[in-house]
Structure formats: C-alpha cells, structure tokens
Design a protein around this ligand. Structure first.
Ligand code: C2E
Ligand code: MG
Ligand code: MG
Ligand code: MG
Length: 282
C-alpha cells in the first residue's frame, strides 16, 4: 500500500505543507491587526473559595473573534503572538481591559490576568500594570497576575527580584499550571508568590493515580506551611471539589463552578449564594 501510493503521498504531503505555511502566514498577518480591529474579547471564569464557598474573583481569558475563522482558541494564537512579539501589546490590552471590567465588580472581587513569559521579560509589563490600575481606579490588591512555571523559571537569576518588584506595586502573583513545567517544591519555597494554581491534570487524575494524589497532597500541605494559597484548576466533578476541600486546598476553579463567560453586573442582581454568577457564553 505504501509502495503504490508512495509518490502521491509524498506529493500531497508537500502540498499540505505549503497550505499549512500559507495558512500560518495569513494567521500571522491577521494577528498583527487583530488588536486595532477590536477582535479580542475577554471572558471571565469564577474562582471559588473552598472555605466560604463563595466566588472571590475571576480569571480573565482572552478570545479572538476572527472575521472569517470564527473563534480562535488562545492555545492556537498565544504561542504565535509570543513568537511575533505582539503578545506585549495584546497583553497590555488584556491588563487594561480586565482592570476596567473588575473596577465595576462588587467590593473585594479580584481579577486574575495571564501574563506570558515574553511579557514577563520586558520592563513594559510594569508600565502596563501601573497604567491599567491608574486608568481603571482598581485597587492594586484586586489584581493578580498569573505566570507559568516555565515563564518564572526560564527568567533567569533575577526572578525573585522581578516578582518582588511586581508585588511592591501592591498586586498579587500566582504561579499558573503548577506541575506541568520544570519547577520544584524548592522553587515554591524560595519564590515570593501569593498563590499556586495546581494544573488541572492532577485534579483530573487524582482519584485514579496515586502520584497525582501525592502531588496534590504535597503542594496543599506545603502551601499551608509556608503561607502560599493553593487553588485546584479544572474541577469538573463534585468528587474533585470535595477532595480538594478535604486536602485543605484554599480555592478551586473549573467547569463545575462556572465556565468562562460574562460577569453579571454588580447591582441588585446577586445570585443565590450572594456572589457573582458568570454566565456561560463560550
Ligand atoms: P490557563 O491560564 O491555565 O487557563 C485555564 C484554561 O482551562 C482555560 O482555557 C479555561 O477555559 C480552561 N478550563 C477551565 N476550567 C476547566 C475545566 O473544568 N475543564 C477543562 N477541560 N478546562 C477548563 P482557555 O481559555 O482556552 O485558555 C488556555 C490558555 O491560554 C490559558 O490557560 C492561558 O495559558 C492562555 N491564555 C488565556 N488567556 C490569556 C491571556 O489573556 N494572556 C495570555 N498570555 N495567555 C492567555
Ligand atoms: Mg491562568
Ligand atoms: Mg492554569
Ligand atoms: Mg493552563
């Protein structure tokens, strides 16, 4: 079979390659103008405190509404935006937009914003954070930036100082997707962090995989001991939520609690638990 179609297959493979290169090139071109064309939106996913069982904040997640392709997932364009360098401008917009939105929320609600490794390495990040806070009037303690382990660890020797400098602005710093990069428990001990977000792969497999359970237990225990809040990501079942609570994890996020969507306006319209409801609008 391979012999018979071999030539054609090589040929069509190359054709496919060309198409892919062209498609990628088009996506690059489109990405460069997406910001000025107002094609980005933010959706917000609720973060629940496991002790009070209330919504205490929301994570802002970017969506690209492409004029012809429709909704493009951040997983598909963030890496490209990082390569092209336009992630710095996009990230600046995300910070400004998220702070403006959060300033309209009920007192105390915080907004978590994802910051890419590329953004983290540029001094512009400080300018963007300062400007977003000043323009929105959002109190600094209600803004949290999320950095992945890889972003933090690959930053080099001055990571702790950079994180301290961010915290000196009064904002909070979280390590995102813990367990998927090259970090270690020693990093958690040494870095000035406010929160550890444990990757959803551990939450998803804890019930069936002993090593996932061991990581959940170790990280929540360590967080308690050194005073860093812990959050379990990707909670989809009641069992997973109960498990996190029983391990003493501080907070949780996931489809069970709420999908990323629009945040209901503050005023009179409180949901049953007195907190905000995020309307699923993916
Ligand atoms: P993340 O920061 O870890 O965000 C959590 C992702 O998990 C989101 O995907 C969210 O929709 C999804 N998720 C939440 N709960 C569940 C659940 O219960 N089950 C499952 N299967 N998934 C769940 P999303 O919105 O597609 O974002 C993917 C990643 O893209 C984010 O991962 C983040 O790394 C990046 N990202 C999103 N928005 C931004 C942004 O504004 N700036 C930057 N630099 N990166 C962003
Ligand atoms: Mg995140
Ligand atoms: Mg995450
Ligand atoms: Mg993630």
């Amino acid at each position: 079979e391979a012999k018979r179609t071999g030539r054609n297959r090589v040929f069509s493979y190359e054709e496919g390659m060309l198409e892919k290169v062209a498609a990628r090139h088009q996506l690059e071109t489109d990405l460069k103008t997406a910001l000025e064309n107002h094609e980005f939106r933010l959706v917000y996913q609720p973060i629940r405190d496991l002790r009070s069982e209330r919504t205490v904040g929301f994570e802002a997640l970017i969506r690209w509404h492409h004029p012809t392709r429709g909704l493009v997932s951040p997983a598909d364009f963030i890496p490209l935006a990082e390569e092209l360098g336009c992630i710095v401008a996009i990230g600046g917009w995300v910070l400004a937009e998220a702070c403006r939105e959060a300033a309209t929320w009920q007192d105390g609600m915080y907004v978590a914003v994802n910051v890419s490794a590329v953004q983290f390495r540029t001094p512009l990040l400080f300018a963007h954070v300062t400007q977003a806070l000043a323009e929105s009037g959002l109190p600094a303690h209600r803004l949290e930036v999320e950095l992945t382990e890889t972003a933090i660890v690959s930053h080099g020797t001055h990571v702790a100082q950079t994180l301290e400098a961010l915290r000196a602005l009064g904002i909070k710093v979280a390590m995102d997707d813990f367990g998927t990069g090259y970090s270690s428990l020693a990093h958690l001990r040494d870095l000035p962090l406010d929160r550890i977000k444990i990757d959803r792969s551990f939450v998803a497999t804890a019930a069936t995989d002993n090593s996932s359970m061991a990581v959940l237990r170790a990280v929540t225990q360590l967080g308690r001991d050194i005073g860093i809040a812990t959050l379990g990501e990707g909670v989809e079942t009641v069992e997973q939520m109960r498990l996190l609570k029983s391990l003493g994890c501080d907070a949780a996020q996931g489809y069970l609690i709420g999908k990323p969507g629009a945040v209901e306006p503050a005023s009179s319209d409180l949901s049953a638990d007195g907190a905000f409801a995020a309307k699923a609008a993916r």
